[in-house]
Design a protein around this ligand. Sequence first.
Ligand code: FER
Length: 290
Amino acid sequence: MSDWKRIPEEFLVPVEPGKGGTIRAFAYRDRGADRRALVYLPRAYEEDPGLRCPTVYLMHGGGGDEEEFFGGIEGKTPLKTLLDRMIDGGRIRPLIVVTPTFCRPADEANGTDPERVRVHAGDAAALTAVFWRELGESLIPAVDGAFRTVADRSARAFGGFSMGAEATWSVLCRGGRFVKYYLPMSGDFWAVSVKGGKDHTAETCDALIDGIRENGLSPDDYRVYAATGTEDIAYEAMRPMVEELLRRAPWFRDAEGGGNLTWRVSPGWHAYDWCWDYIFWGLPEFFPGE
Ligand code: FER
């Protein structure tokens, strides 16, 4: 039995045309390469030219691309409606949401074959491991330059699904100076090995904490909301990893006792359908409505 609460239905009813936020394509450059992301701008951003917003970055899973979270600029997945309704209902502040991709053409991805990346999570991990560099060096500066963001790490979140969760742990480990809030959904950290959260639990947690320490962060400087489901293929790897993190005070302590790490388990499986729930419950922990 699970006491997991699904998203109340009213948050999944599209707002009237013209009343919600907008999704657009966003082009930027990274080390000479053309890069693309989708960007959601909340309604309030368009209406109030003085408004600056926090930014949430969401990374897709293996086999996906920058279109996947929103279902393209038409917003075919529930995510746009969910954000519109959460902002309207005062659950979260008006936010800018950016969905980039870790995929790169073969000639600029250190020999990584895009076709193998699409099919093999282990190959994708070569790209999720390094995305933090592009984030800090190119994507964040481009987004902060193009939109009225709150250009500060305390107004940035990074989350992702599956291999996007791997990217999320990697940003915390290696790029924690750029981002304060983390939403890893259904994925463990592969710094030591594929499924290292299961097969090398202690070493994986050591690697994460070593990176955090090397970046000069203290436990108040980051906040993690980690979630997956009991029927999810990531559960067997994410659960031992996060449970071990919860034993690593002062670096991680249960948010229920005032700490920096929330661990939530749904009855769900490895699918975006469950990410909507994790986003619904996670984002208000970071950027509550006023
Ligand atoms: C995990 C389980 C599965 C995980 C990633 C996957 C990063 C990805 C699977 C795939 O893309 O096929 O714990 O963590």
